[in-house]
Design a protein around this ligand. Structure first.
Ligand SMILES: O=C(O)CCC(=O)C(=O)O
Length: 290
């Protein structure tokens, strides 16, 4: 019997799905991406992933960027992003992967991954919410917690930047894998990591992944990258998702003018993340060090 999407996702820690950018969304997304990338590269849009900084806080140290943060922010005035984030096709796959109902979904991050223009860049091997110096036991315990969320990359240009180790969302690193991932430096050859594969996405293809899968990425200044990078969770995740999501700074989502840009489904998803933000006391800190 062919395994379902969810079975593949649960087993491998990732699954690729074609066709989640229907023609009625593609043109508007392409145009919106072009505008926000230009605003980021010109320095006008301050929320960006800076070359030289792998994880939040990204700071402002380098004029070159490898990502545009918060593409649904009302200051960007680009409704195409939220329209797609709340679209039927996407929401149906996410509910299937999470095993939840639409009424459980919470709005989370929506960013854009782009190629730097002057310097190639890479992210080290990491799990998004487990530090690389965690002991085997700490790693085992962290991976046993189901975070009730999924992250995805959707390519608007052919994209071969991401590398993952299939199945590693469930198991601590072997001593050899630990040796390849215990420094803060990006790998010279990602495929030297035991078990690693390169993920290639064609236009419109999406890879959903558990963000605690062991993964890294390389960004060439010569290859155009325009990849929608987002995540969605469900309310059962509660505080287990808080640091991972709120470390990116989502206070702007509480502004009434943001809710006004959303349809009825989006407004309900927004209410759920605002509730999570309000339930968290104090600073959530950061998952990983730069
Ligand atoms: O560039 C990518 O595809 C992966 C990005 C990533 O690993 C991250 O944001 O933690």
């Amino acid at each position: 019997m062919t395994p379902s999407l969810k079975e593949k996702y649960d087993e491998q820690g990732f699954v690729a799905v074609p066709g989640l950018v229907p023609p009625e969304h593609l043109e508007a997304l392409e145009a919106a991406c072009e505008r926000v990338i230009a605003r980021t590269r010109s320095g006008e849009w301050p929320h960006r992933r800076t070359v030289g900084r792998q994880f939040p806080p990204y700071g402002d140290g380098d004029p070159d960027s490898w990502g545009v943060q918060h593409v649904m922010h009302p200051d960007l005035g680009e409704p195409a992003f939220a329209r797609w984030y709340t679209s039927d096709a996407l929401v149906h796959v996410v509910t299937e992967l999470l095993g939840c109902q639409e009424d459980d979904l919470q709005m989370e991050l929506f960013n854009l991954l782009i190629n730097p223009t002057s310097n190639s860049f890479a992210l080290r091997w990491h799990r998004d919410d487990v530090r690389e110096n965690a002991s085997e036991e700490e790693e085992r315990e962290a991976l046993s917690i189901w975070h009730h969320g999924t992250q995805w990359n959707t390519a608007l240009r052919t994209d071969s930047c991401l590398y993952v180790v299939p199945g590693s969302h469930k198991t601590p690193r072997t001593p050899e894998q630990r040796a390849h991932s215990s420094t803060l430096d990006p790998p010279k050859d990602p495929l030297a990591m035991p078990g690693a594969i390169q993920v290639t996405l064609q236009l419109g293809e999406t890879v959903f992944y558990n963000n605690n899968i062991l993964h890294c990425a390389t960004y060439s200044a010569k290859e155009p990258r325009i990849t929608l990078h987002a995540c969605m969770g469900e309310v059962r995740g509660g505080s287990a998702r808080a640091r991972n999501i709120l470390q990116h700074g989502l206070q702007w989502m509480k502004e009434a003018r943001f809710a006004e840009t959303l349809d009825a489904r989006g407004k309900k998803m927004l209410e759920r993340i605002v509730r999570l933000q309000e339930s968290v006391n104090g600073d959530v800190g950061y998952s990983l060090d730069n």
